[in-house]
Design a protein around this ligand. Sequence first.
Ligand SMILES: [Zn+2]
Ligand SMILES: [Zn+2]
Length: 141
Amino acid sequence: MCLEMIRTKQYTECLICGKQGIEQAGDILPDKGILIQVLHDDGSICKFVEYSSISTFLDRSKKETPRIVSCPICRQNGRIGNFRPSKDKNFHAWRYYIEHEQIDGYWGKKNKVRKHRRCYLTNDQKNDLIKKLGRNTNVRI
Ligand SMILES: [Zn+2]
Ligand SMILES: [Zn+2]
């Protein structure tokens, strides 16, 4: 889509329902997909995830080198993690956390994963973080 089309908010055919609607790019997901919302005239909104390039799409499952960031909550460094609170609905709604030092105990029953202290980010903190990280990535915003 060219810039001109975005500026004039031209209607496009919705990839989900086939009706005409206005596309809006939203959140960037941890796998570098972009949440796209299509606003329809009848008020309904369709959501899907788009990838900025085919290579991004193919790379999405590869493990990225963990990013160490300064935690907005406790100010200590940690690794960005993410999870989806509800896997069936709202597939796009990711929560982010910063993983810190190891603590006592394990997660999981079969595959035991050492517990780490985690700071869970609010939506605002998450958006700030994405903005900061966005400078170093080639993801379309
Ligand atoms: Zn639609
Ligand atoms: Zn923290």
